[in-house]
Design a protein around this ligand. Structure first.
Ligand code: FMN
Length: 324
């Protein structure tokens, strides 16, 4: 059985964390992941009203006593009350992303709650180390949704090298056991998965998005800013947005200035397409790992399959390579 420092730190059986996807990683997914022995995360809504989050935390607690956390998009404003709600509820960990993590980590420490810092740049990784994050999530460019411009392989290694004793978790492009095994070989203590859990029964987003992930190949995605620009999304310039390429990205990626002259009309088109499940125009946030995913499964199955594949690959591949 694979056990890492992350498992010991968080009191979990398997070094797998489900990503806190805003509004779609809800209590159902977080509870399913934690109940299986991973670490489930609720994606705090961008909506500054903390009531939704309190209800979600309560819903997980009703399903399991096992540890789980809440992740935030810290480049958004007005999240203070939601962060307070998560800290008051004494979730096992809170996650910070897309902003300097220093203050967030200090606030979590004061509340006696563990902090995860998901970082996209080495500069933010260094800030997370200096602030004493409990876990640093190195998010590479292959990741679905908002992410780094650096490839996972080199970024994870770079963060491992500066993290000292702080466990690093790899994120971006991992959806199967060989990916998990590779992350562990790089020095990561676990993985943080988004896209694989999009194609899970418990993910709360639309079924048509799950279908798009299942049919997408590894080269079907694009890192772009078009949706953030058109919708005025609160992400810094150091962060891109990986989506499945479609007519909208084919039309506007690379023509952003012209696109913005029609912002309000196109913003409406995107909202209408999202509501209607129109994959030609709506943003479908998913990573390069989509190419490894061919079915929608229960989260418990996904975790068990990843673990057994990783164990097998670590045993067999090492033996073959080393001639043992
Ligand atoms: C649909 C979707 C929504 C996401 N939403 C968030 C979010 O709200 N906050 C966040 O920190 N990361 C978000 N992410 C990024 C994940 O936290 C994670 O870094 C990423 O999914 C890992 O790469 P992978 O998709 O290859 O597993 C999202 C990812 C996806 C696929």
């Amino acid at each position: 059985m694979i056990t890492t420092r992350l498992c010991t730190l968080l009191g979990i059986d398997f070094p797998i964390i489900s990503a806190p996807m805003t509004g779609t990683a809800t209590a159902e997914l977080a509870a399913a992941v934690s109940r299986t022995g991973g670490f489930g995360m609720i994606g705090a809504s961008l909506n500054p009203d903390p009531t939704w989050l309190k209800d979600q935390i309560q819903a997980v607690k009703e399903k399991t006593d096992l540890p789980f956390g809440v992740g935030f998009i810290n480049s958004a404003s007005g999240l203070e009350k939601s962060v307070e709600a998560a800290l008051d509820a004494k979730v096992a960990a809170v996650g910070c992303s897309f902003a300097d993590p220093t203050e967030f980590i200090a606030q979590a420490k004061n509340a006696g709650v563990r902090s995860f810092a998901q970082v996209q740049t080495l500069s933010d990784a260094k800030k997370a180390v200096a602030a004493g994050a409990d876990v640093i999530v190195a998010q590479g460019s292959e990741a679905g949704g908002h992410t780094s411009y650096m490839g996972t392989l080199s970024f994870v290694r770079a963060v491992v090298k500066i993290a000292g004793d702080i466990p690093v978790v790899a994120s971006g492009g991992i959806a199967d056991g060989p990916g998990l095994a590779a992350a562990l070989i790089l020095g990561a203590e676990g993985v943080w998965l988004g896209t694989r859990f999009v194609a899970s029964l418990e993910w709360a987003g639309p079924e048509w998005v799950k279908g798009q992930v299942v049919i997408a190949d590894a080269d079907a995605t694009i890192l772009t800013k078009v949706y953030d620009l058109v919708t005025d999304a609160p992400f810094p310039p150091s962060v891109g947005d990986r989506v499945i390429a479609n007519t909208f990205t084919d039309t506007w990626h690379g023509r952003e200035a012209e696109m913005m002259t029609r912002q309000s009309e196109l913003n409406e088109d995107v909202a209408t397409a999202t509501a209607a499940g129109d994959a030609t125009t709506a943003p479908i946030r998913a990573g390069a790992a989509s190419g490894l995913i061919r079915s929608v499964e229960p989260a418990s199955y996904i975790i068990r399959e990843l673990m057994s594949q990783a164990e097998a690959v670590l045993k067999n591949r090492t033996k073959t390579l080393l001639g043992g």
